[in-house]
Design a protein around this ligand. Structure first.
Ligand SMILES: Cc1cc2nc3c(=O)[nH]c(=O)nc-3n(C[C@H](O)[C@H](O)[C@H](O)COP(=O)(O)O)c2cc1C
Length: 212
């Protein structure tokens, strides 16, 4: 069972914050962090106070002009059955030939984990014209912060999109407006089997030193 997070109180607006300092635990977490495939997730999942903590941590995210261009829709418990109905209806609309078995499979998707956090990219058109791209990047950073915070609290999770993230019927059912998009569904719970390391990039091929 994941340990309860013991966190410093939320700083007051304008309070001085400590300068950065080495944090071996953070480095270890980042060095070994891995998503857990959704097929390997199970109960139990984070309770309400853990979800609040995760959201508080994840929303400490870089955000140009403090537009807060994102929000999170929490899907858990019985609401997963309703979300499964939405996924099945969306599938039928996308694919009128879908069989009853395929529709039934859609209904089970939300039950792969006890908690789904749907991160919504919700860009703002401000007077200064902050690029939408930057606002979408902030939503992506929120997704990654959720993965890191949840793993630091002892939970397992994965960021997935699947067809649902791009489906207008799903968007409408989750209350998204026309300008909003799903940045990701973060499925969270407990790992019933541990993930194994996946292939990682060759850093020397991915990072080059610019010399003018
Ligand atoms: C935006 C986004 C969408 C993704 N959608 C899916 C998906 O629909 N299905 C899937 O199996 N993996 C999906 N993935 C990949 C999983 O998150 C993958 O397991 C993860 O990248 C593993 O890397 P990690 O262990 O370093 O976290 C997606 C990743 C991102 C960033």
């Amino acid at each position: 069972m994941p340990a309860k997070a013991s966190l410093p109180p939320e700083p007051e607006f304008g309070a001085p914050l400590a300068p950065s300092h080495p944090s071996p635990e953070t480095l270890k977490l980042l060095a070994l962090r891995r998503s857990t495939p959704v097929s390997a997730l199970s109960d139990p999942g984070p309770a309400a106070d853990d979800i609040d903590t995760m959201l508080r941590l994840a929303m400490r995210v870089p955000d140009h002009r403090k537009l807060e261009p994102w929000r999170v829709v929490i899907i858990e418990g019985e609401a997963r059955a309703l979300f499964g109905d939405v996924l099945a209806a969306a599938r039928r609309l996308r694919d009128p030939d879908a069989t009853q078995e395929q529709l039934a499979a859609e209904r089970t998707l939300p039950f792969r984990a006890p908690l789904i956090l749907c991160v919504v990219s919700s860009p703002v058109h401000d007077k200064k014209g902050t690029p939408v791209w930057e606002q979408q990047l902030s939503a992506g950073a929120l997704c990654q912060n959720l993965l890191i915070a949840s793993q630091a609290m002892g939970w397992a999770g994965v960021w997935i999109s699947e067809d649902a993230a791009y489906d207008g019927h799903v968007h409408a059912a989750l209350g998204l407006s026309g300008h909003e998009q799903v940045a990701g569904f973060i499925y969270l719970g407990t790992a019933k089997e541990q993930p194994v390391e996946r292939q990682r990039p060759d850093i020397s091929a991915k990072a080059t030193r610019w010399t003018g």
